[in-house]
Design a protein around this ligand. Structure first.
Ligand SMILES: Nc1ncnc2c1ncn2[C@@H]1O[C@H](COP(=O)(O)OP(=O)(O)OP(=O)(O)O)[C@@H](O)[C@H]1O
Length: 398
């Protein structure tokens, strides 16, 4: 109830924002055009010079918006790449500027502060795979949809940035909503995800590399089984329940010279790559989190197949680039929960805050595993006879 109340509160703030927006004339457009000239953001045709055009300017309670038309030959990406220089030339903090393309270039310059804490809330349609990712500076809620156009999700950022809180919020929303089959790998010793371990919807729980490989193998078997069912039915997309595979700390799969686990880590990476490439149609999705983004793990293959990223502040531009392909996460302020959400474009958000205690309360009434059921699951799903297959040893020991 409390969470839904907060959701409504945010909703009313949003509608207040939109109803207050009005057209306004000031010289931001003029300054923008002169900066474009200085930065070479224009196109020359013979003797003629074509600059971007200002189609509209608005003042909102959260700041100012410019709608910009671009001359043929000047790409929106070229302007976006110059965000830092544009902001500095306009004497605005680059963190206060957002540029994106949506049927024309939209430039937002914020004067309102981002809220430092956003309460956790759940989407109204509880059967959907949408999860709240955060709130924009305009007061709009942003969701990631595991059933949407951007399959798989990568979460990165510095220690203390808010990854574990985000994972907790996402998993809580999923298990209390559509309850997909969850496979959780907590390489931080099970500390972060332990609260979900005994839920009936958590079909695999791993805290060691060996167990991660075992759980991954079972997820891959499930994916292949679904492909067989789909082929038999002549369908292209799995219509049933989704399976979501979560890893909290991806960097533990990184191999170093002389690493005794390098073969195991190599196998884990190969299965992950196959799941990222083929999982979506079979309703098998992955959610990977890391505080030490490394190109070695998030290589081209996995990255190409992960279409959405959440990046908290990073230690440097290189780490930001590995997650986002740009350096903007290095510039984020040192505020826990502040992040860049990247799908078709980048947006800065403040993540919802869900404490362990509140997460425990929200999941308290959910069905738990039964010992018999878990043992049956283990024996039914054995992917191959030679493979040891303990999904959750501790639980089975119970
Ligand atoms: N969305 C948020 N809003 C407000 N505070 C937050 C938010 N997320 C995290 N915090 C604060 O930051 C602290 C660290 O967050 P969290 O444990 O999620 O970091 P992390 O990125 O997972 O770090 P590590 O990788 O070291 O575990 C939390 O205990 C909380 O106090």
């Amino acid at each position: 109830m409390i969470e839904i109340g907060f959701g409504l509160l945010i909703g009313s703030v949003v509608s207040l924002f939109s109803s207050l927006s009005f057209s306004f004339s000031f010289d931001l457009g003029k300054s923008f055009l002169s900066v474009c000239k200085r930065l070479g953001l224009m196109v020359t045709y013979g003797d003629e010079v074509a600059l971007p055009s200002i189609n509209a300017q608005y003042a909102h309670p959260w700041g100012k918006r410019l709608l910009v038309g671009l001359p043929v030959g000047l790409s929106s990406q070229k302007v976006i790449d110059q965000k830092q220089a544009l902001a500095e030339a306009l004497r605005v903090d680059p963190n206060d500027v957002e540029i994106r393309y949506n049927d024309g270039l939209i430039i937002d310059i914020f004067t309102a502060e981002m809220p430092a804490e956003v309460p956790y809330s759940q989407p109204p349609e509880r059967e959907s795979y949408r999860v709240l990712i955060g709130i924009t500076r305009r007061g709009e809620l942003r969701y990631y949809d595991f059933d949407g156009p951007y399959p798989h999700l990568l979460i990165g950022g510095i220690s203390g940035g808010g990854k574990s809180v985000m994972l907790r919020a996402i998993i809580t929303t999923l298990v209390t909503g559509p309850a997909p089959d969850m496979y959780l790998c907590d390489l931080k010793g099970g500390v972060e995800l332990d609260i979900f371990r005994k839920l009936a919807s958590v079909k695999g729980f791993a805290t060691t590399l060996q167990d991660v490989r075992t759980v991954l193998a079972s997820v891959e078997c499930e994916m292949l089984r679904r492909y067989e069912v789909m082929a038999a039915n002549g369908s292209q997309k799995w219509a049933g329940k989704k399976a979501i595979f979560v890893v909290d700390e991806l960097a533990d799969f990184k191999t170093r010279a002389g690493d005794p686990d390098s073969k195991l880590k190599g196998e884990i990476k190969s299965i992950l790559t196959r799941l990222s490439a083929k999982g979506r149609a079979a309703g098998v999705l992955i959610l990977l989190a890391t505080q030490r983004p490394s190109a070695d793990i998030i290589d081209g293959l996995i990255k190409t197949n992960i279409a959405a990223s959440i990046c908290f502040r990073t230690r440097d531009g290189t780490q930001s680039r590995i997650i986002l392909d740009n350096t903007s996460a290095e510039e984020l302020p040192d505020v826990p929960g502040r992040l860049i959400f990247q799908t078709a474009y980048d947006e800065t958000l403040q993540a919802p805050y869900l404490t362990v205690e509140n997460a425990r309360k929200l999941i308290a009434e959910l069905p738990m595993k039964e010992i018999k059921e878990a043992i049956r699951y283990v024996s039914d799903s054995k992917p191959d006879a030679g493979e040891s297959f303990s999904l959750d040893r501790n639980f089975i020991e119970l």
